[in-house]
Design a protein around this ligand. Structure first.
Ligand code: ATP
Ligand code: MG
Length: 261
């Protein structure tokens, strides 16, 4: 469980988050939505303790990460995996070396032992044949999968995704979305995903939080984006309204599809 409690945060005198409070339910996928520059990536960085708020607490599994020493933070981060907005793979290392980077170079585990774990994970993600390739030899979607594999190597209980499908074509988006849903289920992780992609949010989010004008609004299930009476949600959803209506109708049709009957 992750709780934001009255977080205030300014950068260079500009307040980005104002009294932000919300809960992230355990073992579900929470989507963080909001306009560009509203503070979504900042929310993820606060959870990892990479930045400190001016005031307020971020409680991760009962512990306030805003008050932790760097050493305790490093321990706390072990249970978190992060898939960044950009893949941030090491270009000079193979896929297997990228995925096994932290256990090998940071924890100094023997490569043979790491490789066995890496290969198991790569097989899970359909990347076994790419173990010896360099990132530059892979498609964008495959690179995203390698980034996901790298964050799964610790078997994290919390996975943070910053726009995991941005820049992917519709087919690869679907592949990555399916993979995220599958991994969440398989490893029972608590997921938090920043996304601009409505189908992605509808497909994998159980819970939506909107960040806009410095405040957080808990929307609830993605379908509430259409029903909510909150002025923040109405304002944000209006630009999306047509897409939301079209997409909800499509989902309903799918739900009432032949296999449901
Ligand atoms: N380290 C920093 N120093 C100064 N300003 C920052 C820093 N990090 C973020 N900001 C500012 O804080 C605001 C929120 O940034 P953030 O990256 O969280 O937005 P975002 O919602 O993720 O945007 P996007 O959708 O474009 O990724 C922006 O105005 C940004 O310029
Ligand atoms: Mg961002």
């Amino acid at each position: 469980m992750i709780n934001f409690e009255n977080i205030n945060l300014s950068f260079d005198g500009v307040q980005v988050l104002r009294n932000v409070s919300f809960n992230v339910p355990p073992q579900q996928m929470t989507a963080v939505l909001g306009p560009s520059g509203s503070g979504k990536s900042t929310i993820l960085r606060l959870i990892m303790g990479l930045i400190k708020p001016d005031s307020g607490r971020v409680i991760v599994d009962g512990e306030d990460v805003t008050q932790m020493s760097e050493r305790r933070l490093q321990r706390a981060r072990r249970k978190m995996g992060m898939v960044f907005q950009h893949n941030a793979l090491f270009d000079g290392l193979s896929v297997a070396e990228n995925v096994g980077f932290y256990p090998t170079y940071v924890e100094k585990k023997p490569w043979k032992q790491v490789l066995a774990e890496v290969m198991e994970l790569l097989a899970d993600l359909g990347l076994a044949d790419s173990a010896d390739k360099l990132p530059s030899e892979l498609s964008g979607g495959m690179r995203r999968r390698v980034a996901l594999a790298r964050s799964l190597i610790y078997h994290p209980t919390i996975l943070l995704y910053d726009e995991p499908t941005t820049g992917l074509d519709p087919y690869m988006t679907e592949v990555v979305v399916e993979l995220i849903a599958e991994m969440n289920e398989k490893y029972s992780v608590t997921g938090i995903m920043v996304s601009h992609d409505l189908p992605t949010v509808y497909d994998i989010a159980d819970h939506v939080v909107l960040i806009a004008d410095g405040s957080a609004t808990v929307v609830g299930h993605p379908s509430e984006l259409l029903r909510s009476q909150s002025s923040e949600v109405i304002g944000f959803a209006s630009s999306w309204r047509r897409h939301i209506i079209e997409y909800s109708a499509e989902i309903e049709r799918k739900d009432e599809g032949p296999e449901a009957r």
